[in-house]
Design a protein around this ligand. Sequence first.
Ligand code: ADP
Ligand code: NA
Length: 331
Amino acid sequence: RAQPRVFSGIQPSGVPTLGNYLGAIRNWVPMQDTHEAIFCVVDLHAITVWQDPKELARQTREMAAALIACGLDPKRCTLFLQSHVHAHTRLAWIMNCVARLGWLNRMTQFKDKAGKDKEAASAGLYVYPNLMAADILTYHATLVPVGDDQRQHLELANDIAQKFNHDYGVEFFPRIEPLIQGVAARVMSLRDGTKKMSKSDPSDQSRINLTDDHDSIAQKIRKARTDAEPLPGHASGLENRPEARNLVGILAAITGTLPENVLREHEGKGFGAFKEVLVAALVAHLDPIRKEMARLLDDPATLDAQLRLGADRAEAVAAPICARAEEIVGF
Ligand code: ADP
Ligand code: NA
């Protein structure tokens, strides 16, 4: 193989947000040239919590369009829908039988996502990390760009891979390394600077979606929580000011600079004025993406054909690896 193989997935569990863009999607774009890049809209993962079928279908297509509009080129990467490639579920079953209950019980994300009534959570949500392990390992991918929230799942995937290799006496699944890119842009909620901006949090509508036009971006940024202090000249002046730090971080990330530079330029400004600068920068950056998304969604036949082609390419890699795993197991 000429280039290392990287795998990443994103759930169609809502409209992609500015957080998904700055924290994940945008960083995937340059990988197309340096890696054999496999990107997947993980609709199987999405139904670990209830999804209205029509909404799921719509959001899945919308997510795929967003990824392309953000710069993933179906010719330069493998872009597809998880449910189209059956190796994911076939290998996930084997992973279910390799992973130990004790390992799953330690996953903090299950505890967060299941909420108060754990007994009412789906079994799928519980074994979600096993499917994630299968997603990566059925491509023998060795690199996975992850946010902090997924680190524990990646370690579990490695534990599963090692146990499989050990139990069956093979050196079949490679080790997976997390790919950590530059300064991790973590975008926080505009309503509460201590919570992340999330596409899948129904209780918080303050998020900026990639489908938002000028007016809704302006409205959301103007409503964003801040404090009465002006912008400091240095990052140390943002300590204990999570909302202020978040807005500075967003402007830095969207304009491709460091928070220090943003602060140097806007020192002493009030947030009223700063928010207008931020709105202009966001609109300038996101408007072409929004328009390209709309154009792609206007031509569903072309989009579907691109995703089918992506699934064929993914299948060609995944199916033989999955088949070999099944053979090792004794099927
Ligand atoms: P969400 O909470 O929006 O449903 P996912 O869990 O599907 O997000 O994550 C998709 C990708 O986007 C992951 O790589 C994750 O690390 C990244 N991501 C999600 N929210 C944010 C955020 N607020 N800031 C930065 N990156 C994020
Ligand atoms: Na998630």
